[in-house]
Design a protein around this ligand. Structure first.
Ligand SMILES: Cc1cc2nc3c(=O)[nH]c(=O)nc-3n(C[C@H](O)[C@H](O)[C@H](O)COP(=O)(O)OP(=O)(O)OC[C@H]3O[C@@H](n4cnc5c(N)ncnc54)[C@H](O)[C@@H]3O)c2cc1C
Ligand SMILES: Cc1cnn(-c2ccc(OCc3ccccc3)c(C(=O)O)c2)c1-c1ccc(Cl)c(F)c1
Length: 445
């Protein structure tokens, strides 16, 4: 009998991709009593060091926490590993800083979590389910989605492995092979956008006594218009610093002198924190990674295949929501399994028809933030808008939830967060018009 009490035959599910979303989805399905085979291209990350070119740590917020709670891992992540960030700490050009709490009244926070730690925890948890089988070094090379058949190359033995499943779930990331197979279907919409910015990770080490060199409970941001840099804290009291910059600017920094001059001009306070030698080593030892946004729909092929996570909706990282959105996919999918009693045709159809508006919305919000952070952060009007938002939120906490707070601290559907913002913009515009009229009236009275 399935976990939800229905005496139906368990489904045989193949999940492609054992990253954050695929390994979480395996837990959701295993809890329902289905047979899960998880296929991952890379080696078991619990045996290998952190892969370069992937963000070392991530911001976990309420949508992701809700999913981890469903599989019994939220308390561990929050209490044993995650580092709370109660606000953003903005670094000015002169090295001074100021902090803006996310929500002082209810002490809201987001958590900095290690990508590898979280992925390893999810994989380890799956070993508690006898109905989950993990295969590493398995790269999907061929898929016949309508037939439910997959062909993998075992990169260790060089053998091909052919399997069939009742349901194929593609959680194989932004460059998904399952999505590639899906694109052959008629009526499949697809678009992708590489932005001009790339990102490179640097490190602020712990201080001599092994403590943090900066206030730990904050998301540190150095907003410099075209250039942006952020730092998220790690368990070992170091910081993972991510520099976002157009590739052409990365290319211009081709000598140690140019690099140091650049940091002295834009991020002077970070040099003693990172260390000149370490900055030079880390900057020139890697190369900037690209950032791509992918939009597509539908997410399913009949009752045979589904894509989730970055495979379905890779977003630029300027809202810290990619993983949270992928985790939310798993939560919503599980709710549909409950609602339709494992009837895949109904589940997959409704997932596709109901989810795309929200993933398109968060994709647009992240892209807008990318533009906003480049252009508006230095404009007084931007600061004024944030101050007005915070004032209205303080006066009408249940009516006026600022956009960032609704995305990050509520599970309001992303598309509703956008609608909310549109309404707020109309109210703000009306208030400004009214104030102009009042000033004109007073001037002529
Ligand atoms: C710089 C940066 C910062 C970010 N910061 C945040 C943040 O703060 N908060 C947040 O929520 N999100 C953040 N994200 C987004 C987050 O990293 C992604 O949304 C998340 O990793 C998506 O998880 P996924 O499992 O869908 O895809 P992935 O993490 O890409 O995992 C896909 C897995 O599939 C495997 N795979 C790929 N192809 C195949 C194949 N052919 N066969 C078998 N396996 C395959 C890969 O090896 C990988 O393990 C950030 C992203 C970047 C780039
Ligand atoms: C990883 C992660 C989690 N959340 N955020 C995030 C995003 C936007 C934000 O606000 C808009 C804004 C902030 C600063 C300047 C202008 C606009 C805020 C905030 O207000 O704290 C926080 C990020 C993030 C990701 C990349 C960059 Cl480059 C970045 F700066 C932050």
């Amino acid at each position: 009998t399935l976990q939800n009490g229905h005496s139906k035959k368990p489904l045989d599910v193949a999940i492609v991709g054992g990253g954050l979303v695929g390994s979480l989805e395996a837990l959701y399905l295993a809890k329902r009593g289905h047979r899960v085979r998880l296929y991952e291209y890379r080696e078991d990350i619990r045996k290998t060091p952190q892969a370069r070119g992937r963000s070392i740590n991530l911001a976990l917020s309420i949508r992701g926490r809700r999913a981890l709670k469903d599989v019994g891992l939220e308390a561990h992540m929050i209490e044993q590993h995650g580092i709370p960030m109660v606000g953003r700490m903005i670094h000015r050009l002169d090295g001074s800083t100021y902090d803006i709490p996310y929500d002082a009244r209810t002490n809201q926070c987001i958590y900095s979590v290690g990508r590898n730690y979280l992925n390893s925890l999810l994989l380890k948890e799956s070993e508690n389910y006898h109905n989950v089988e993990r295969s590493f070094n398995h790269k999907l090379i061929e898929a016949n989605l309508k037939k439910g058949s997959l062909t993998f190359l075992n990169t260790a033995t060089k053998e091909e492995v052919n399997i069939n499943a009742d349901l194929i779930i593609g959680a194989d990331g932004a460059f998904s092979a399952v999505r590639k197979a899906m694109m052959k279907q008629p009526l499949f919409d697809y678009s992708q956008k590489y932005i001009e910015h790339g990102y490179l990770e640097l490190c602020i080490p712990a201080d001599e006594s092994g403590g943090f060199q900066m206030p730990a409970s904050y998301l540190h941001i150095w907003p410099r218009g075209t250039f942006m840099m952020i730092a998220l804290p790690n368990q070992d009291c170091s910081w993972t610093v991510t520099l976002f910059m157009p590739f052409e600017n990365f290319k211009e920094l081709d000598t140690e002198e140019k690099l140091i001059d650049f940091f002295e001009k834009y991020f002077p306070d970070s040099i003693p924190l990172i260390g000149r030698k370490r900055l030079i080593e880390d900057f020139f030892s890697g190369s900037p990674s690209p950032l791509v946004a992918v939009k597509c729909r539908p997410y399913n092929v009949d009752d045979k295949a589904l894509i989730i996570g970055d495979a379905a909706h890779a977003v630029v990282p300027f809202y810290g929501q990619g993983m949270n959105a992928g985790f939310e996919d798993c939560t919503l999918l599980d709710q549909l399994f409950q609602k339709y009693n494992d009837n895949l045709a109904d589940i997959l159809t409704e997932f596709s028809s109901s989810r795309w508006r929200d993933t398109y919305a968060i994709s647009d919000l992240a892209m807008y933030n990318y533009i906003e952070m480049r252009d508006l952060v230095t404009r007084p009007s931007y600061r004024l808008r944030k101050a007005f938002d915070d004032l209205m939120f303080w006066i009408f906490p249940n009516l006026w939830v600022p956009l960032y707070n609704s995305v990050t601290f509520t599970t309001m559907p992303y598309s509703q967060c956008v609608e909310n913002r549109r309404w707020q913009n109309k109210v703000l515009f009306s208030i400004i018009i009214l104030m102009v009229f009042i000033m004109i009236f007073c001037a002529f009275k």
